[in-house]
Ligand binder design. Structure first.
Ligand SMILES: Nc1ncnc2c1ncn2[C@@H]1O[C@H](COP(=O)(O)OP(=O)(O)OP(=O)(O)O)[C@@H](O)[C@H]1O
Length: 238
């Protein structure tokens, strides 16, 4: 397993804030009625890798969007460390997200006109990290994901698996306490998927809270903790 050491020079936090929910729920208007996309859910996510599984339409993305603060809950709240995310203004929430969250999506979402190196540097550029330090950090992370030889390549010059590994490196660049991954292995063959999973496991091994939505039972089985979502109801599998 690859171990990702927190880079204290980038984010000098003592101890990583945890993630929890309190009676978090979401309903959406639908026709004349309402759809309960997420039933009230109270949970303290343990550090480590939590896999979230469930059939299509069960509420996984709704949960992830709420955990990220991309969506407003109908009831309850998301709390990161001591900060209720829901109580922050939109601007403060965006800033909070930049500092504490990393994201990996199914379609890597790399910036097409930036090289692999520049993509990894991007969150650090936004955070105002000086060029030299962000270049060093990006080089270190590209080496970690086994792509030191691809630093100058554009996303279009990378394979799907390589692009996803760059996306993981980018998500880790600012050393986030929370890493949210939505089907990151969905477009990858199983060997490449295992490699990306190994990177997430490495990130989780250093005390981060890593939440992974996956349809792949083999991938989910390798997580430390398991949640299952069915018709908006979240249950613990372990
Ligand atoms: N913006 C919205 N407006 C109305 N209904 C929505 C909205 N977003 C989601 N839903 C409904 O909420 C329920 C949960 O959807 P969600 O996208 O969270 O499922 P999911 O488990 O992520 O599915 P998939 O695996 O297919 O991505 C579904 O019934 C969906 O139709």
């Amino acid at each position: 397993m690859t171990t990702v050491q927190p880079d204290r020079s980038i984010r000098a936090a003592s101890g990583l804030p945890g993630l929890r929910t309190e009676t978090l729920s979401r309903t959406y208007p639908s026709g004349d009625g309402q759809v309960l996309a997420l039933a009230p859910f109270t949970h303290a996510f343990p550090p480590g890798l939590t896999a979230v599984v469930g059939p299509s339409g069960s509420g996984k993305s709704t949960l992830l969007n709420l955990l990220a603060g991309f969506d407003e809950p109908t009831t309850g709240q998301v709390i990161v460390g001591d900060t209720p995310l829901t109580h922050l203004s939109e601007a403060d929430r965006a800033d909070f997200r930049l500092r504490h969250y990393g994201f990996v999506f199914q379609n890597h979402n790399l910036v097409s006109i930036l090289s692999a190196q520049e993509n990894v540097e991007f969150p650090l550029t936004l955070a105002g990290v000086p060029p030299r330090r962000r270049q060093d950090r990006a080089r270190e992370l590209l080496a970690l994901v086994g792509l030191e030889g691809r630093a100058g390549h554009l996303p279009s010059q990378l394979s799907g698996g390589e692009a996803q590994r760059v996306a993981v490196a980018r998500a880790l660049a600012h050393d986030p306490a929370i890493l949210l991954a939505d089907e990151p292995t969905g477009n990858l063959d199983s060997r490449t998927g295992e490699r990306v999973l190994g990177l997430l496991q490495g990130a989780a091994a250093t005390g981060r809270t890593v939440i992974l939505i996956t349809h792949d039972r083999d991938i989910a089985a390798q997580a430390d903790h398991h949640l299952s979502v069915k018709d908006g109801e979240v249950s613990l599998e372990d």
